[in-house]
Design a protein around this ligand. Structure first.
Ligand SMILES: Cc1ncc(COP(=O)(O)O)c(C=O)c1O
Length: 362
């Protein structure tokens, strides 16, 4: 195993102990508040981490795509939720195979028109499918927009021979734009609103909100009304969770990018060997792709495919060849852009993991 100084860069490093602590801490929080944890695997895409989440007590896993779900089967998962609008009957054989291999396989139903498409998938798969009804809580993506829409979709499901309604879910991704001090009140209001919507349909239905920014607040506000949460990013953390939302400490961030300074073309600027093909083009609201993890004032303020432009007060002290650990703005695409991650423990490289669900967008 190459040492940190020997690793080819850019390299994606995962801190084993911090990942384990993040998994334990979210699971303990959910347990304390009587809410199941069904983590979204889109952030880590790694069987090894899915195994840890399940061993810690996760009730099941969440995936966006069939390919992610298939890639996670070796983790031993028994309950999976596919939180995406399945609409292609050509995928029926894969849907049937997943349903047959799991104790519980739930899929999303996201509107009345989507219901028609999902019926065709279920018919082609020749399976009854358990569904979670999507409620749009403000993101404006999938899900019924109001109580009347929820009522109509639930009624249509009641008439379906193939689709069985088990609960409601929402993805409150718009919370990433909410100021940190407003988050607790917004989460409490979200739970009240969603629980009322669910109760109007059927109080026996499960309610599954909860992404990384809101998961703990939603659990704390639940008081028995929320059955499961699906955070994904919490497992590694990134600048969006640390800086904007302040729901995670910088010292808990478990994934970093190791990059090398390859040039100093002018005063005040360093170029590194990690650009948008490493960090993606996602940035913080103030335009930063990544920040130095050691606290030095070094920010990746612009990216081309294979170059990162680093600026900040500490840039002029950098030498070509120097290696820097960066915390990315948004961690999920970083994992999806790398074949392997290097696992570290106490700052020493210990293992390399292949990212099994990397690129599984189908
Ligand atoms: C449907 C759904 N559930 C859960 C999550 C996890 O959210 P987060 O990335 O904040 O952990 C996402 C993220 O995109 C999502 O789309």
């Amino acid at each position: 195993m190459p040492t940190l100084a020997e690793l080819a860069t850019p390299a994606v490093l995962v801190d084993r102990d911090r990942v384990a602590a993040n998994i334990r801490s979210m699971q303990a929080w959910c347990d304390r508040h009587g809410v199941e944890l069904r983590p979204h695997i889109k952030t880590h895409k790694l069987v090894a981490i899915a195994r840890q989440q399940l061993a810690a007590g996760a009730r099941g896993l969440t995936c966006a795509k069939l390919g992610e779900a298939e890639a996670m089967l070796p983790s031993g998962v028994r309950r999976l939720f596919l939180a995406h609008s399945l609409a292609d009957p050509g995928q029926a054989a894969r849907v049937a195979a997943l349903a047959d291999q799991l104790d519980e396989f739930r899929v999303a139903v996201t509107s009345e028109v989507h219901l028609q498409a999902l019926e065709r998938v279920a018919a082609a798969a020749d399976r009854r499918l358990e569904v979670m009804l999507a409620l749009d809580s403000g993101l404006g993506r999938e899900g019924v927009r109001d109580a009347a829409g929820a009522g109509r979709l639930a009624a249509a499901l009641g008439r379906s021979r193939r689709l069985v309604l088990r609960g409601c879910y929402t993805h409150e991704g718009h919370f990433y734009g909410v100021p940190a001090d407003e988050l607790p009140a917004r989460a409490a209001e979200l739970v009240d609103r969603l629980a009322a919507l669910r109760d109007a349909l059927d109080p026996g239905l499960a309610l599954w909100p909860g992404c990384s920014i809101s998961a703990r607040l939603v659990a704390a506000a639940s008081r028995g009304r929320v059955q499961a949460l699906r955070p994904g990013t919490y497992v590694f953390g990134d600048l969006s969770l640390v800086r904007a939302a302040r729901v995670m400490a910088e010292s808990d961030v478990a994934l970093h990018v190791l990059a090398t300074v390859v040039d100093r073309p002018e005063p005040g600027l360093a170029l590194i060997d990690a650009g948008s093909k490493t960090f993606s083009s996602d940035r913080t609201p103030d335009g930063i792709s990544a920040l130095a993890a050691d606290g030095r004032d070094l920010a990746v303020v612009r990216v081309n495919e294979e170059h990162g432009y680093v600026r900040g007060a500490a840039v002029d002290a950098l030498a070509v060849g120097e290696r820097i650990l960066f915390t990315p703005a948004h961690v999920c695409p970083v994992v999806n852009l790398t074949d392997t991650v290097v696992v570290t423990a106490a700052g020493v490289t210990v293992e390399t993991w292949r990212v099994e669900a990397r690129g599984r967008t189908q």
